[in-house]
Design a protein around this ligand. Structure first.
Ligand code: NAI
Length: 233
């Protein structure tokens, strides 16, 4: 099935299945079931079977899934049965942290270049892999030379759209955006990453907030009164 026809949440779950299958293989197991995967991932077994059924038939009734075959299939589906070269724009906290993240390398994503507008950073190297930092002028040339297919945006929000446009102009087909801003792209696929959204989702779940109108109007009254009393003094 074409990835465009698969609902977006399925793609995220497939990545979780891949991680879980790896864990089970590292534990020395040969087979698993949708029940076991479901228990480990807090998902319904039926959900897992449905997600996998978009791509074919991976298990046998009674014996479950062969883990090595399932991993191979998931890697093919997720497109990680081949290496991907990555270029990061913004060699700051996020850019540096990603460059050193071993989890990316394990899945076949290789950061081969960083790009930054700060001349003091250009020409230096990042991390144990000694990844070079290039200037923005060199971006298109290096993207072609180093066969970079994925761009990462790790610059302040106000510069993110211009950086995205430049990446697309240089032929990048996929962008992971860390900047907290909505980007508009033509001709490239975008994936946003925002840790503060996860924090907000978490505090919403803990707090369960339905706005308390009486509290809001009380606090409004209070602040108006406070301003009033300030005005009077
Ligand atoms: P930083 O200030 O440490 O690094 C930014 C880097 O971008 C600097 O090296 C700077 O020289 C460079 N830069 C600025 N404008 C540029 C441009 N037009 N072209 C190329 N390079 C440029 O910032 P940090 O902490 O690494 O954050 C980067 C972005 O990630 C920010 O937008 C921040 O809000 C966001 N962020 C996102 C998180 C998430 O969960 N998605 C978490 C933390 C930060």
């Amino acid at each position: 099935m074409s990835p465009k026809k698969v609902p977006a949440p399925v793609a995220k779950r497939l990545a979780l299945y891949h991680r879980c299958v790896n864990t089970l293989l590292n534990l020395g197991k040969d087979t698993t079931s949708s029940k076991e995967l479901g228990e480990r991932l807090s998902l319904k077994a039926s959900q897992i079977r449905k997600d996998l059924s978009y791509f074919g038939d991976f298990g046998k009734r009674g014996t479950g899934y062969n883990l090595k075959y399932l991993r191979e299939s998931l890697e093919h589906i997720l497109g990680i049965n081949k290496p991907w070269n990555i270029g990061i724009v913004g060699a700051g906290n996020i850019g540096m942290a990603l460059s050193n993240y071993q989890g990316l390398i394990r899945d076949g994503y290789k950061v081969v270049a960083l790009f930054d507008r700060n001349p003091a950073k250009v020409g230096s190297f990042v991390g144990t892999q000694k990844i070079p930092i290039y200037s923005l002028d060199e971006m298109c040339k290096k993207i072609k030379e180093l066969s970079i297919e994925i761009g990462v945006i790790a610059v302040p929000a106000e510069h993110a759209q211009a950086v995205a446009d430049k990446l697309v102009e240089c032929g990048i087909k996929g962008i992971v955006n860390f900047a907290p801003v909505k980007l508009y792209l033509k001709g490239a696929t975008l994936e946003d990453v925002d840790i503060s959204t996860s924090f907000k989702a978490l505090t919403f779940k803990i707090w369960g907030g339905i706005p308390d109108k009486s509290a809001t109007s009380a606090s409004t009254t209070k602040s108006v009164n406070a301003r009033d009393s300030f005005g009077k003094t």
